[in-house]
Design a protein around this ligand. Structure first.
Ligand code: HEC
Ligand code: HEC
Ligand code: HEC
Length: 147
Protein backbone atom coordinates (compact mmCIF):
# COMPACT_ATOMS: atom_id res chain seq x y z
CA UNK A 1 0.00 0.00 0.00
CA UNK A 2 2.76 2.42 1.00
CA UNK A 3 4.53 1.37 -2.17
CA UNK A 4 1.47 2.17 -4.28
CA UNK A 5 1.14 5.55 -2.62
CA UNK A 6 4.79 6.20 -3.15
CA UNK A 7 4.45 5.34 -6.83
CA UNK A 8 1.45 7.63 -7.17
CA UNK A 9 3.31 10.53 -5.63
CA UNK A 10 6.36 9.85 -7.74
CA UNK A 11 4.17 9.85 -10.83
CA UNK A 12 2.55 13.13 -9.89
CA UNK A 13 5.93 14.74 -9.35
CA UNK A 14 7.11 13.32 -12.66
CA UNK A 15 4.21 14.77 -14.59
CA UNK A 16 4.72 18.11 -12.88
CA UNK A 17 8.43 18.06 -13.62
CA UNK A 18 7.82 17.05 -17.21
CA UNK A 19 5.45 19.96 -17.79
CA UNK A 20 7.94 22.34 -16.21
CA UNK A 21 10.66 21.01 -18.49
CA UNK A 22 8.52 21.16 -21.61
CA UNK A 23 8.43 24.95 -21.79
CA UNK A 24 12.18 25.56 -22.10
CA UNK A 25 12.38 22.46 -24.30
CA UNK A 26 9.95 24.03 -26.77
CA UNK A 27 12.07 27.16 -26.87
CA UNK A 28 15.17 25.08 -27.43
CA UNK A 29 13.56 23.21 -30.31
CA UNK A 30 14.63 26.14 -32.48
CA UNK A 31 18.22 25.06 -31.90
CA UNK A 32 19.41 21.87 -33.56
CA UNK A 33 20.06 19.90 -30.40
CA UNK A 34 17.67 16.99 -30.03
CA UNK A 35 14.84 17.56 -27.61
CA UNK A 36 13.68 14.29 -26.11
CA UNK A 37 10.34 13.51 -24.60
CA UNK A 38 10.83 11.77 -21.28
CA UNK A 39 10.11 8.04 -21.22
CA UNK A 40 7.20 6.61 -19.30
CA UNK A 41 7.70 5.28 -15.81
CA UNK A 42 10.27 6.17 -13.20
CA UNK A 43 13.39 5.04 -14.97
CA UNK A 44 14.80 3.37 -18.00
CA UNK A 45 15.73 -0.30 -18.18
CA UNK A 46 19.30 0.69 -17.31
CA UNK A 47 20.95 3.79 -15.95
CA UNK A 48 20.06 6.74 -18.18
CA UNK A 49 23.63 7.77 -18.87
CA UNK A 50 24.46 4.17 -19.73
CA UNK A 51 21.49 4.03 -22.08
CA UNK A 52 22.55 7.20 -23.88
CA UNK A 53 25.91 5.65 -24.66
CA UNK A 54 25.20 1.95 -24.96
CA UNK A 55 21.62 1.33 -26.07
CA UNK A 56 22.80 0.29 -29.53
CA UNK A 57 24.98 -2.44 -28.07
CA UNK A 58 22.10 -3.74 -25.97
CA UNK A 59 19.76 -3.86 -28.92
CA UNK A 60 22.21 -5.36 -31.36
CA UNK A 61 23.44 -7.96 -28.94
CA UNK A 62 19.88 -8.79 -28.14
CA UNK A 63 19.06 -9.15 -31.79
CA UNK A 64 21.93 -11.57 -32.35
CA UNK A 65 20.90 -13.64 -29.35
CA UNK A 66 17.33 -13.76 -30.51
CA UNK A 67 18.07 -14.64 -34.07
CA UNK A 68 20.91 -17.11 -33.62
CA UNK A 69 20.19 -18.81 -30.34
CA UNK A 70 16.52 -18.27 -29.85
CA UNK A 71 17.05 -16.52 -26.52
CA UNK A 72 14.33 -14.10 -25.66
CA UNK A 73 14.40 -11.89 -22.60
CA UNK A 74 12.16 -8.91 -22.22
CA UNK A 75 14.39 -6.53 -20.29
CA UNK A 76 16.02 -4.98 -23.33
CA UNK A 77 13.24 -5.75 -25.73
CA UNK A 78 12.72 -3.29 -28.55
CA UNK A 79 9.00 -3.51 -27.83
CA UNK A 80 9.74 -2.20 -24.35
CA UNK A 81 11.62 0.79 -25.74
CA UNK A 82 8.68 1.54 -27.99
CA UNK A 83 6.12 1.15 -25.20
CA UNK A 84 7.87 3.67 -22.96
CA UNK A 85 9.31 6.05 -25.53
CA UNK A 86 6.50 6.46 -28.05
CA UNK A 87 5.68 10.13 -28.54
CA UNK A 88 2.56 11.55 -26.96
CA UNK A 89 1.97 13.42 -30.22
CA UNK A 90 2.53 10.80 -32.92
CA UNK A 91 2.21 7.69 -30.74
CA UNK A 92 5.41 6.45 -32.36
CA UNK A 93 9.16 6.39 -31.69
CA UNK A 94 10.03 7.14 -35.30
CA UNK A 95 7.19 8.80 -37.20
CA UNK A 96 8.49 12.36 -37.00
CA UNK A 97 11.94 13.84 -36.61
CA UNK A 98 11.10 14.79 -33.03
CA UNK A 99 10.11 11.26 -32.02
CA UNK A 100 12.40 9.60 -29.50
CA UNK A 101 14.49 7.25 -31.64
CA UNK A 102 14.67 9.75 -34.47
CA UNK A 103 15.62 12.91 -32.58
CA UNK A 104 19.21 11.91 -31.77
CA UNK A 105 19.69 9.89 -34.90
CA UNK A 106 18.72 12.70 -37.23
CA UNK A 107 21.06 14.90 -35.22
CA UNK A 108 23.94 12.43 -35.45
CA UNK A 109 23.10 11.15 -38.92
CA UNK A 110 22.45 7.54 -37.89
CA UNK A 111 19.89 5.73 -40.02
CA UNK A 112 18.07 2.66 -38.70
CA UNK A 113 16.52 -0.11 -40.76
CA UNK A 114 14.78 -1.57 -37.71
CA UNK A 115 11.41 -0.10 -38.64
CA UNK A 116 11.27 -2.08 -41.87
CA UNK A 117 10.31 -5.02 -39.70
CA UNK A 118 9.59 -3.71 -36.20
CA UNK A 119 6.60 -1.64 -35.15
CA UNK A 120 7.34 1.95 -34.16
CA UNK A 121 4.16 2.13 -32.11
CA UNK A 122 3.09 0.24 -29.01
CA UNK A 123 0.82 -2.69 -29.78
CA UNK A 124 -2.80 -1.90 -29.12
CA UNK A 125 -4.35 -4.15 -26.58
CA UNK A 126 -6.68 -6.64 -28.21
CA UNK A 127 -10.27 -5.61 -27.85
CA UNK A 128 -12.98 -7.38 -29.80
CA UNK A 129 -14.46 -4.26 -31.31
CA UNK A 130 -18.01 -4.71 -32.42
CA UNK A 131 -18.86 -8.23 -31.38
CA UNK A 132 -22.58 -8.36 -30.80
CA UNK A 133 -23.36 -9.28 -27.23
CA UNK A 134 -25.93 -11.83 -28.34
CA UNK A 135 -25.44 -13.57 -31.66
CA UNK A 136 -28.44 -14.70 -33.70
CA UNK A 137 -27.44 -18.29 -32.94
CA UNK A 138 -27.50 -17.66 -29.21
CA UNK A 139 -30.88 -16.04 -29.47
CA UNK A 140 -32.18 -19.13 -31.26
CA UNK A 141 -30.67 -21.54 -28.76
CA UNK A 142 -31.77 -19.65 -25.73
CA UNK A 143 -35.09 -18.64 -27.17
CA UNK A 144 -34.12 -15.26 -25.84
CA UNK A 145 -34.70 -11.75 -27.09
CA UNK A 146 -32.38 -9.29 -28.75
CA UNK A 147 -30.94 -6.96 -26.14
C1 HEC B 1 14.52 -7.96 -41.75
C2 HEC B 1 13.64 -7.73 -40.64
C3 HEC B 1 14.27 -7.14 -39.38
C4 HEC B 1 15.01 -5.98 -39.28
C5 HEC B 1 15.41 -5.03 -40.37
C6 HEC B 1 15.31 -5.82 -37.87
N1 HEC B 1 14.77 -6.85 -37.16
FE1 HEC B 1 14.86 -7.12 -35.13
N2 HEC B 1 13.83 -8.84 -35.28
C7 HEC B 1 13.34 -9.38 -36.46
C8 HEC B 1 12.73 -10.67 -36.16
C9 HEC B 1 12.04 -11.58 -37.17
C10 HEC B 1 12.89 -10.88 -34.77
C11 HEC B 1 12.44 -12.09 -33.95
C12 HEC B 1 10.96 -12.07 -33.74
C13 HEC B 1 10.58 -11.43 -32.46
O1 HEC B 1 11.22 -11.69 -31.45
O2 HEC B 1 9.62 -10.63 -32.45
C14 HEC B 1 13.58 -9.71 -34.26
C15 HEC B 1 13.88 -9.52 -32.92
C16 HEC B 1 14.50 -8.42 -32.40
C17 HEC B 1 14.74 -8.18 -31.00
C18 HEC B 1 14.36 -9.11 -29.85
C19 HEC B 1 12.85 -9.08 -29.64
C20 HEC B 1 12.34 -7.78 -29.11
O3 HEC B 1 11.16 -7.43 -29.28
O4 HEC B 1 13.12 -7.06 -28.49
C21 HEC B 1 15.38 -6.96 -30.89
C22 HEC B 1 15.85 -6.27 -29.63
C23 HEC B 1 15.53 -6.46 -32.23
N3 HEC B 1 14.99 -7.36 -33.11
C24 HEC B 1 16.11 -5.26 -32.52
C25 HEC B 1 16.28 -4.77 -33.79
C26 HEC B 1 16.95 -3.51 -34.09
C27 HEC B 1 17.52 -2.56 -33.05
C28 HEC B 1 16.93 -3.37 -35.44
C29 HEC B 1 17.55 -2.25 -36.26
C30 HEC B 1 18.97 -2.00 -36.03
C31 HEC B 1 16.27 -4.55 -36.01
N4 HEC B 1 15.89 -5.36 -34.97
C32 HEC B 1 16.04 -4.77 -37.35
C33 HEC B 1 13.41 -8.82 -37.72
C34 HEC B 1 14.10 -7.68 -38.04
C1 HEC C 1 9.76 1.36 -18.30
C2 HEC C 1 9.86 2.38 -19.30
C3 HEC C 1 11.10 2.40 -20.17
C4 HEC C 1 11.56 1.39 -20.99
C5 HEC C 1 11.03 -0.01 -21.18
C6 HEC C 1 12.70 1.96 -21.70
N1 HEC C 1 12.92 3.24 -21.29
FE1 HEC C 1 14.44 4.44 -21.91
N2 HEC C 1 13.91 5.84 -20.52
C7 HEC C 1 12.80 5.76 -19.69
C8 HEC C 1 12.79 6.92 -18.83
C9 HEC C 1 11.75 7.24 -17.75
C10 HEC C 1 13.93 7.70 -19.17
C11 HEC C 1 14.39 9.00 -18.53
C12 HEC C 1 15.19 8.65 -17.30
C13 HEC C 1 15.91 9.85 -16.70
O1 HEC C 1 15.66 10.98 -17.09
O2 HEC C 1 16.76 9.59 -15.85
C14 HEC C 1 14.61 6.99 -20.26
C15 HEC C 1 15.78 7.42 -20.87
C16 HEC C 1 16.33 6.84 -22.00
C17 HEC C 1 17.44 7.38 -22.75
C18 HEC C 1 18.17 8.68 -22.47
C19 HEC C 1 17.36 9.81 -23.01
C20 HEC C 1 18.00 11.14 -22.75
O3 HEC C 1 17.33 12.02 -22.19
O4 HEC C 1 19.15 11.34 -23.13
C21 HEC C 1 17.68 6.52 -23.80
C22 HEC C 1 18.70 6.68 -24.91
C23 HEC C 1 16.73 5.44 -23.68
N3 HEC C 1 15.92 5.66 -22.57
C24 HEC C 1 16.63 4.38 -24.55
C25 HEC C 1 15.85 3.25 -24.34
C26 HEC C 1 15.93 2.05 -25.13
C27 HEC C 1 16.82 1.85 -26.33
C28 HEC C 1 15.05 1.16 -24.58
C29 HEC C 1 14.79 -0.29 -24.99
C30 HEC C 1 15.94 -1.18 -24.86
C31 HEC C 1 14.40 1.82 -23.46
N4 HEC C 1 14.91 3.09 -23.35
C32 HEC C 1 13.42 1.26 -22.66
C33 HEC C 1 11.86 4.76 -19.68
C34 HEC C 1 11.97 3.55 -20.35
C1 HEC D 1 20.29 10.35 -26.67
C2 HEC D 1 20.33 10.20 -28.12
C3 HEC D 1 19.77 8.91 -28.70
C4 HEC D 1 18.50 8.37 -28.57
C5 HEC D 1 17.35 8.96 -27.78
C6 HEC D 1 18.47 7.15 -29.33
N1 HEC D 1 19.68 6.94 -29.93
FE1 HEC D 1 20.24 5.28 -30.95
N2 HEC D 1 22.07 6.11 -31.30
C7 HEC D 1 22.51 7.34 -30.82
C8 HEC D 1 23.86 7.57 -31.31
C9 HEC D 1 24.70 8.82 -31.02
C10 HEC D 1 24.20 6.48 -32.11
C11 HEC D 1 25.50 6.24 -32.89
C12 HEC D 1 26.56 5.70 -31.99
C13 HEC D 1 27.80 5.33 -32.76
O1 HEC D 1 28.01 5.88 -33.85
O2 HEC D 1 28.51 4.49 -32.26
C14 HEC D 1 23.07 5.56 -32.06
C15 HEC D 1 23.04 4.32 -32.68
C16 HEC D 1 21.99 3.42 -32.61
C17 HEC D 1 22.00 2.09 -33.18
C18 HEC D 1 23.15 1.47 -33.95
C19 HEC D 1 23.04 1.91 -35.39
C20 HEC D 1 24.15 1.38 -36.24
O3 HEC D 1 23.92 1.25 -37.45
O4 HEC D 1 25.22 1.13 -35.70
C21 HEC D 1 20.79 1.53 -32.92
C22 HEC D 1 20.33 0.14 -33.33
C23 HEC D 1 20.00 2.51 -32.19
N3 HEC D 1 20.77 3.64 -32.01
C24 HEC D 1 18.70 2.31 -31.78
C25 HEC D 1 17.93 3.25 -31.12
C26 HEC D 1 16.55 3.08 -30.80
C27 HEC D 1 15.72 1.87 -31.17
C28 HEC D 1 16.16 4.22 -30.15
C29 HEC D 1 14.80 4.53 -29.57
C30 HEC D 1 14.28 3.55 -28.62
C31 HEC D 1 17.32 5.09 -30.05
N4 HEC D 1 18.38 4.46 -30.67
C32 HEC D 1 17.35 6.33 -29.43
C33 HEC D 1 21.81 8.19 -30.02
C34 HEC D 1 20.50 8.00 -29.58
Amino acid sequence: MARVLHNLIAWGLLVLLASLLMAPAAVMAGVNKPVLERGKGERCVEDTEFMRRNHMALLKHHRDDTMRRGIRTTKHSLKGCVDCHASSKTGSVAASKEDFCMACHVYTGVKLDCWDCHATKPMKQYRPAATPRVTPLMVQQQGGQQP
